[in-house]
Design a protein around this ligand. Structure first.
Ligand code: SF4
Ligand code: SF4
Length: 247
């Protein structure tokens, strides 16, 4: 078990005979922020990205969709690996940045492999875990991952397993299929029903990251009923009138 102050030796270089070995026959779970960055790096829509490059399964414990990077069926290789390394290096997923480390549930760190598989672990360059995380740009992920983690944490603490297909689909759209989620927000009656301030609407129109944060809040509103979203007064009033007419 490592802390941020623990030291380990590691140097990944193109001249090592294991170069790109870690980019095949491996399960890579994609976070919503991974999908956002990868689809933007490739300049394609979230729908196209998810369809071409991912496999979606339902998590046994939460019932929520989990997204994995689809490896080539024949070679087991990642679709983005080239002889020179990662084609989308600047926006590679969180778990590729972490490698050869992994973060445990209790927040500690561990090595996912050893020097017999990853020859970089037999090299002499010394890192503190914290230095490695900074070097790999992990810090930029922390805020977004923390917000995303609230959804799983809520389900865990309440012991809820989502089995309603509409909620599973809404979760998937709001967290992973951002382009579709944006259309849903801006082109459906959503903004007529929910009271969302203009500044927020502008942000979700212009920033995928703000759209994603909004998506997390929307999901939390759905699963935790946390009152984040307010229904417009006129909508409530119309509903009241409708009900009193029926009565
Ligand atoms: S196996 Fe280790 S040293 Fe080899 S390319 Fe992958 S991370 Fe680098
Ligand atoms: S995304 Fe890049 S770093 Fe990650 S497995 Fe694929 S090629 Fe390797």
């Amino acid at each position: 078990m490592f802390t941020v102050n623990s030291k380990f030796k590691f140097d990944c270089r193109q001249d090592l005979s294991c170069f790109t070995r870690c980019c095949r026959e491996i399960n890579i779970y994609l976070t919503p922020y991974d999908v956002l960055r990868m689809k933007n790096n490739l300049q394609i829509s979230s729908e196209e990205f998810l369809q071409k490059y991912t496999v979606v399964v339902l998590a046994a414990n939460t019932g929520l969709p989990v997204v994995l990077l689809k490896m080539d069926r024949q070679t087991g290789r990642c679709p983005f690996v080239t002889e020179k390394g990662c084609q989308i290096y600047a926006d590679r997923p969180w778990s590729c940045r972490m490698y050869p480390l992994n973060q445990e549930e209790d927040g500690s760190y561990s090595l996912v492999t050893d020097h017999t598989h990853c020859f970089g672990l037999a090299e002499n360059r010394e890192w503190k875990v914290g230095e490695w995380l900074d070097d790999q740009g992990i810090t930029a992920y922390n805020e977004v991952e923390m917000l995303f983690g609230k959804i799983g944490a809520h389900l865990k603490s309440s012991g809820q397993k989502i089995q309603n297909r509409n909620i599973q689909e809404m979760y998937f759209m709001a967290c992973y299929n951002l382009d579709k989620f944006k259309r849903f927000l801006l082109e459906s009656s959503f903004l007529k029903v929910f009271d969302v301030d203009r500044e927020t609407v502008e942000k979700i129109k212009t920033s995928d990251l703000e759209l994603l944060k909004f998506g997390f809040q929307w999901v939390l509103f759905g699963v935790a009923d946390n009152k984040t979203f307010k229904i417009r007064d006129e909508v409530l009033e119309a509903k009241r009138k409708q009900l009193s007419k029926k009565a």
